[in-house]
Design a protein around this ligand. Structure first.
Ligand code: MUC
Ligand code: MG
Length: 382
């Protein structure tokens, strides 16, 4: 039996290439929690748990993710069978409620270690990949229409992205719709335009918003109202042609089932961290598929590490109707991978090596480690 010997964590603080203006926060830095597990046969596994905007997006912060792992998860896992991921998930769910992103970081390190020991990519542990690349959106969130237009035109020219998600919800509905219209006009039909409100609208604002957005050619609206208002989401899904996507409402398969039974979305934005890991994300995907809800691979603006983990699981999905937004590493000033993930021809490519298919650049890890030192802090084990 291969046992879990040691679990280490660290927080990396990496600046973003520009201010990323969301309805609830402006990001100038992304903070990623890294997990490294060492196993009794000398093998290693890497994981990452990341959120956005401190505690303004959801109930977990970088600090809470690290402390949930350090204080409660890691001590319970030492000496356990590293090959039995289901056994570890069962144990984590018994000992720790919620804290899905923390559990995901640990679970990803387990899959990575298992894949490396077996010499296969994690996608193979989930039945095998059906795609080696996927369409990838970019988020326009500079806070200015003209800057967003210039950025989008550059991306299209470079054949990097032609799908754009606009972050709105901070200004009035009228101003936001005018901003979306300006961008759609400038980019034309060569670009797909979607928006993310991050729960900022009331139901009545959302009624005006969805009508205005669909009239200016926007194709999809993500989480227009608060996550818990499933009846409002259902009304909006029913009442307009524009596709409605659930994001913050989807914390694992049970939420996916509730959204599906309320018919509260046309599309699921599936995020590996918010779902509680790769296995739980696969379960969310299954609920969506069974309910006839379309799928989209969402991001929490993770570094290349968890972006690679996400690519492993989404590569196993037969139909991702709305593609992916797995562009996290591109929003950061520096890539922490030894071999960065490849973005070209409007697609992101799935790393092909064993495990999640990546290795870290030790100098970058050292440089961006919170508190300096650059060493992963041992929280349990030798
Ligand atoms: C979200 O709410 O979907 C994804 C892309 C982006 O720019 O922010 C995120 C989070
Ligand atoms: Mg979102």
């Amino acid at each position: 039996m291969t046992k879990i010997d040691q679990i280490e964590t660290m927080i990396l603080d990496i600046p973003t290439i520009r201010g990323h203006v969301l309805s609830m926060a402006t990001m100038r830095m992304q903070s990623a929690v890294l997990v490294r597990m060492t196993f009794s046969d000398g093998s290693e596994g890497l994981g990452e748990g990341t959120t956005i905007g401190g505690l303004s997006y959801g109930p977990e912060s970088p600090e809470s993710i690290q402390s949930a792992i350090e204080t409660y998860i890691a001590p319970a896992l030492l000496g356990r069978d590293a090959d039995n991921v289901n056994g570890i998930l069962q144990l984590m769910d018994k000992q720790v409620r919620g804290n899905r992103i923390a559990k995901a970081a640990v679970e990803i390190a387990l899959w990575d270690g298992l894949g490396k020991r077996l010499g296969v990519p994690v996608s193979q542990l989930f039945g095998g990949g059906v795609a080696d690349k996927m369409p990838v959106a970019w988020t326009l969130a500079s806070g200015h229409s003209e800057t967003d237009i210039a950025e989008a035109l550059d991306m299209m020219e470079a054949r990097r992205h032609n799908i754009f998600k606009l972050k709105i919800g901070k200004r009035s509905v009228r101003e936001d719709v005018a901003h979306v219209a300006r961008i759609k006009d400038a980019l034309g039909d060569a670009a797909s335009i979607r928006v993310d409100i991050n729960q900022a609208w009331s139901l009545s604002e959302a009624r005006w918003g969805l009508k205005g957005l669909q009239d200016v050619g926007c194709e999809l609206v993500e989480q227009p109202v608060q996550a818990r208002y499933l009846d409002a989401m259902a009304e909006l899904t029913r009442s307009y042609e524009i596709a409605v996507m659930a994001d913050e409402a989807l914390n694992g398969p049970e939420d996916a089932f509730a959204v599906a039974t309320h018919r509260a979305a046309d599309v699921f934005a599936v995020k590996i961290g918010q779902s509680g890991g790769l296995k739980r994300a696969a379960e969310v995907i299954s609920v969506g598929q069974a309910a006839g809800i379309s799928l989209y691979a969402g991001t929490m603006l993770e570094t290349g590490l968890s972006t690679a983990a996400a690519l492993q699981i989404f590569s196993t999905v037969e139909t991702l109707q709305w593609g992916t937004e797995l562009f996290g590493p591109l929003l950061l000033t520096e890539d922490i991978l030894a071999d960065p993930i490849i973005y070209r021809d409007f697609c992101v490519e799935v790393p092909q090596g064993p495990g999640i298919g990546i290795s870290l650049d030790p100098d970058k890890i050292k440089f961006f480690c919170r508190g300096g030192g650059g060493r992963l802090q041992t929280v349990a084990g030798a």
